[in-house]
Design a protein around this ligand. Structure first.
Ligand code: GAR
Length: 216
């Protein structure tokens, strides 16, 4: 069967991108990375993707009159590579409403908190400041509202005494790297359905959309 063509959008390091590229190297993985596109020419993830033999492109947000013009240019680049699913991996631009409508139910994001708690930037610090005992990451469909949209899966980790933004971020990131390739696999296998803002994932073991890692 043809593999699902995934386009990954990054702005920086691209460790989630790298986890997806690694997963997609397995012969039985049902998706392939068709391209990696960054809005930042200096994003370190671009080199990682190019070294893995993946087509890369830069679509800078600078030089576009407004957000929608940028979004349309980005979209054209994804279309050029035949992308069927857009995966945001540390893509730090806010879309105009046009993009999530164009890619409705075909654009997903990973966010380093258990949404709907802690949106925006420095969410791991927000979790520390709030004194929560659990945090984690969320993979969700992207809608015009920031850090919102139907939740597909989450992974939870403990928040430990003595945690800093760095230690908590690293613990969450390890779970992002597990969860995101899993969700892309489910999407490619046609298991994910969304209706009225709620997601169902067919034929996976009960509880598999929630990972819990008590690791310290
Ligand atoms: C990840 O922790 C991701 O969840 C977060 O940025 C980091 C990117 O790391 N994304 C957001 O905060 C989006 N709201 P990476 O470039 O190494 O994948």
């Amino acid at each position: 069967m043809a593999k699902l063509k995934v386009g990954i959008l990054i702005s920086g390091r691209g460790s989630n991108m790298a986890a997806l590229i690694r997963a997609a190297q397995a012969a039985d993985y049902p998706a392939e990375v068709a391209c990696v596109v960054s809005n930042q020419a200096g994003a370190p993830g671009l080199k990682v993707a190019a070294d893995a033999g993946i087509a890369t492109a830069v679509v800078s947000h600078r030089g576009h009159a407004d957000r929608e013009t940028f979004d349309r240019a980005l979209s054209a680049e994804l279309e050029r590579h035949g992308v069927e699913l857009v995966v945001l991996a540390g893509f730090m631009r806010i879309f105009s409403p046009w993009f999530p409508v164009r890619w409705a139910d075909r654009v997903i994001n990973v966010h380093p908190s258990l949404l709907p708690c802690f949106k925006g930037l420095h969410v791991q610090q927000q979790a520390l400041d709030a004194g929560v005992r659990l945090s984690g990451c969320t993979v969700h469909f992207v809608i015009p509202d920031l850090d919102a949209g139907p939740i597909i899966a989450q992974a939870a980790v403990p928040v430990l005494a003595g945690d800093t933004e760095e230690t908590l971020s690293a613990r969450i990131l390890r779970q992002e790297h597990r969860l995101y390739p899993l969700v892309v696999r489910w999407f490619a296998e046609g298991r994910i359905a969304v209706a009225e803002g709620r997601v169902t994932v067919r034929d996976i073991p009960p509880g598999a959309t929630l990972l819990f890692s008590p690791e310290t």
